[in-house]
Design a protein around this ligand. Structure first.
Ligand code: SAM
Length: 321
């Protein structure tokens, strides 16, 4: 099916059992006229499918999770067969280390950060706080430690940093101390151990939203998500062809802040140190322009249908021609 992007703005059109992609309509507005798109977080291939159906001639997908690659290539088998779609295993932060992408420039690049619904739903992957789930949380085998290993090995300071900076937890130091105290008698192995430490620190009234936030903090640490994004931003910017657009959907405030600052920084005409009173660089140094003055968010219809879309923030930046 080939259709123009404005025919495809109904949220839900691209949902699969694997994942329901967020903000498909605005994303098609931004990338739907591209000739070659890199989908750096392929997942179940929902965004890629939408781009292909909107008429983008070629899409290349990357994911660090082999299960995502299998699901997306099966879903997009027709596009694989006619050469419009190919998928590669890798980390978008190391785009230059993926041989199949050597030398390619893209006029659209998409990151839809975080994890897919399938990864959460599969209890054996250990992303959820469901009772008895293993503490794994690795998105792919390029993450060197499981969540259990991290919680059992990290020192109190590192745990404090994870809960505070990735989990926005005001009682991070106490939670870190509690983890260290509990693991001395019994190593952390399942979700119940982390839930127990959270309850033990935040009190018995703590519930799903605290667990979700603090499990997400551990997941971010296990997969080096923030440091990866920091490395990825300039690398992906440099893979845009002139006039190409980088679009990023973030679900975590730290990631969204990092994207916003990078896009703003790359769009500055003057690159003199901010405290320097007089410009000596001559201005006109902007590498491109921010396309989204404010992050694009899902409307209430989309949120009613897909709760995960509630925290999605889409920002885009265009490289100068
Ligand atoms: C939110 S899902 C993407 C869903 C996808 N847009 C769709 O429509 O189905 C994020 C995906 O990105 C992958 N991922 C996360 N960080 C990654 C990284 N650094 N490199 C490659 N893939 C990554 C995850 O394994 C997951 O499959």
């Amino acid at each position: 099916m080939i259709a123009r992007s404005r025919d495809l703005h109904e949220p839900g059109d691209w949902d699969s059992e694997y994942h329901a992609p967020a903000l498909v309509g605005p994303l098609l507005e931004l990338l739907g006229r591209s000739r070659l798109v890199l989908d750096g977080t392929l997942g179940g291939g929902g965004h890629s499918a939408a781009l292909l159906d909107a008429g983008v001639p070629r899409v290349v997908g990357v994911d660090r999770d082999p299960e995502a690659l299998a699901a997306a290539t099966s879903r997009l088998a027709a596009a694989v067969a006619n050469g419009r779609f190919a998928a590669w295993r890798g980390n978008y932060a190391d785009v230059d280390a993926i041989p199949a992408l050597d030398g390619l420039l893209f006029d659209g690049i998409l990151l839809d950060l975080g994890i897919s619904s399938h990864q959460i739903d599969d209890a054996s992957r250990g992303f959820s706080f469901r009772e008895g789930a293993p503490l794994d949380m690795r998105m792919g085998d390029d993450a060197e430690r499981t969540a259990a290993e991290l919680l059992n090995e990290a020192d109190e300071r590192e745990l404090d940093h994870i809960f505070r900076d990735y989990g926005d937890e005001p009682r991070a130091a106490r939670l870190a101390r509690e983890v260290v105290r509990r693991r001395a008698s019994r190593p952390f192995a399942s979700s119940d151990d982390l839930v127990g430490a959270i309850r033990g620190t935040l009190g018995p009234r703590s519930g799903a939203s605290e667990f979700a936030r603090l499990f997400q903090a551990v997941r971010i640490a296990v997969n080096h998500e923030l440091t990866g994004l920091e490395r990825a931003l300039p690398a992906l910017r440099d893979r845009l062809s002139p006039g190409g657009v980088l679009a990023i959907i973030a679900y975590h405030s730290g990631e969204d802040r990092m994207v916003k600052h990078a896009f703003r920084e790359w769009s500055r005409d003057c690159v003199c140190p901010q405290r320097q009173p007089v410009c000596t660089c001559g201005g006109a140094n902007a590498l491109g322009e921010v396309l989204t003055r404010r992050a694009i968010v899902a409307d209430e219809n989309e949120v009613a249908r897909n709760a995960r879309a509630r925290s999605a923030r889409l920002r885009a930046w265009r490289r100068g021609a």
